[in-house]
Write a protein that binds this ligand. Structure first.
Ligand code: ASP
Ligand code: MG
Length: 445
């Protein structure tokens, strides 16, 4: 069971998490940092890199927040003292970086404090309620290899070893996000990585179920930030969920789908504010045909390479892809014509160098501030009307690229970000509400 930042974001929320996990079922509880903490730690790291004295004030401010949490969370003086002592040690560690050259390892150490704080405070609260639980140090089992990929074999062995130490314990609490790297230095699974931790742990222990608890009742069929009247989706397949998670539905870290899929463990998305709500179940079972959801991913850059040499030539695409590979830049969408290829990336760190090299093969054009609208479902291509509804909906939206047929689960559309709102709402109207009846939906218009 993984709980995100808002789910442990206040003493009150921590109490309800403990209440939720306190039953007889054996489980590992994976926690994020309290909401806002990792952002503060990122800011503090930046200041420490710059040798900026303001780091101290930021650290003090964050410490004050935690002191307030401790005062509110614990009922007895003894526990309050233990928790305060722990906090003081963590924040003194942060202060010790001030005034020295700041390294990458120092930064990882700073970023790790959020999860170390949230898990320890939660565990101490379990102690106060005399709930038998163990705080498992993620740094003793979570590890990535030289390519930054999780070291599944190591993770399984080490977590097994840890769990065997406590044969009678049912409740384990551990940190999401943080890990060690191949040389044993502290590292992490990148922002939002606690979901990934939970899924990797679920895979390693062959769990019955992996539950991700957040502050929304599962995947919605469209982005609730931009579209009114969206609905939670009850069931998704792993492939559908992977597409949605990647293309912008912020609720789940995209990498957390494969560990569940590999071990065929259902992944359940639940809402901590509404624990009784069914949420979304992601499993290998594919249910219902047709379009189920729409998501949007911003900050996309489209690159077009046009070359007369591509005409009836082979090997052209390989050369183009090799440029992206050599700069470790993933490609998301591709479309080709006989003399040109367009593709999209979201990581633009090496864009200038990539363009320079691509120019060896033809003329290169770049469009920034684009959005991928991703339409996801099961067997979309076999569903009558799906594609025509999509085109109808986008009648007035300038479409830069379309990708269809890459899988049975997805249609991707690239448009200028300024047309995103219209595209999402029009698609919603044509795909999820009956055009004629839509005035009957309360709150829709
Ligand atoms: N605390 C980390 C972050 O804010 C990891 C997570 O919450 O998943 O990115
Ligand atoms: Mg998250």
């Amino acid at each position: 069971m993984k709980f995100g930042g808002t789910s442990v974001g206040s003493p009150e929320r921590i109490k309800s998490v403990v209440n939720l996990v306190n039953d007889d079922k054996p489980k590992i509880v994976v926690l994020s940092a309290m909401s806002g903490t990792t952002n503060s730690l990122v800011k503090i790291s930046g200041l420490l890199y710059d040798g900026n004295k303001e780091a101290d004030a930021e650290i003090d401010q964050l410490e004050d927040k935690y002191k307030a949490v401790v005062n509110e969370l614990y009922g007895n003086e003894e526990n309050r003292k233990r928790a305060s002592g722990f906090i003081t040690r963590r924040f003194n560690l942060l202060r010790s970086f001030s005034g020295h050259p700041f390294t990458a390892v120092d930064e990882y150490t700073v970023l790790a404090q959020g999860e170390l704080l949230s898990t320890t405070l939660t565990w101490l609260y379990c102690e106060e309620l005399e709930i038998d639980s163990v705080l498992l140090p993620a740094l003793s089992f979570m590890r990535i290899d030289r390519n930054g990929e999780p070291d599944s074999y190591y993770i399984r062995e080490q977590i097994d070893r840890e769990l065997k130490l406590y044969p009678d314990v049912k409740l384990f609490i551990t940190q999401g996000f943080i890990c060690k790297d191949a040389s044993g230095e502290i590292s992490n699974l990148k922002r939002g990585g606690s979901d990934y931790s939970a899924s990797l742990i679920g895979n390693a222990i062959n769990a019955d179920e992996i539950q991700i608890w957040t502050d929304i009742d599962g995947f919605h069929n469209n982005d609730p930030r931009y579209v009114k009247g969206t609905k939670a989706i009850r069931e998704l397949s792993f492939s559908e969920a992977a597409e949605l998670a990647y293309f912008g539905a912020k609720i789940l870290h995209p990498a957390s789908v494969w560990p569940a899929q590999e071990a065929d463990i259902p992944l359940l998305l639940k809402n901590t504010m509404e624990p009784e709500a069914p949420g979304t179940i992601i499993s290998s079972k594919t249910v219902d045909e047709g379009i189920k959801a729409i998501a949007a991913k911003d900050n996309i850059t489209a690159i077009k390479i046009k070359s007369g040499r591509m005409l009836m030539a082979y090997g052209f695409l390989r050369k183009v892809f090799e440029v992206f590979e050599s700069y470790q830049t993933p490609i998301d969408m591709i479309t080709t014509s006989e003399i040109a290829v367009s593709l999209t990336i979201d990581n633009t760190v090496h864009l200038d160098k990539i363009i320079r090299e691509l120019k060896l093969y033809g003329s290169v054009g770049v469009d920034r501030k684009m959005t991928i609208i991703c339409i996801v479902g099961n067997n979309i291509m076999h569903c009558k009307d799906s594609i025509s509804k999509v085109f109808k909906a986008l009648e007035n939206v300038p479409v830069r690229m379309i990708s269809y047929g890459g899988s049975r689960h997805n249609i991707s559309i690239l448009t200028d970000s300024e047309h995103k709102l219209e595209a999402l709402n029009q698609l919603n109207k044509y795909l999820f509400t009956d055009g004629r009846k839509r005035h009957n939906h309360p709150g829709q218009d």
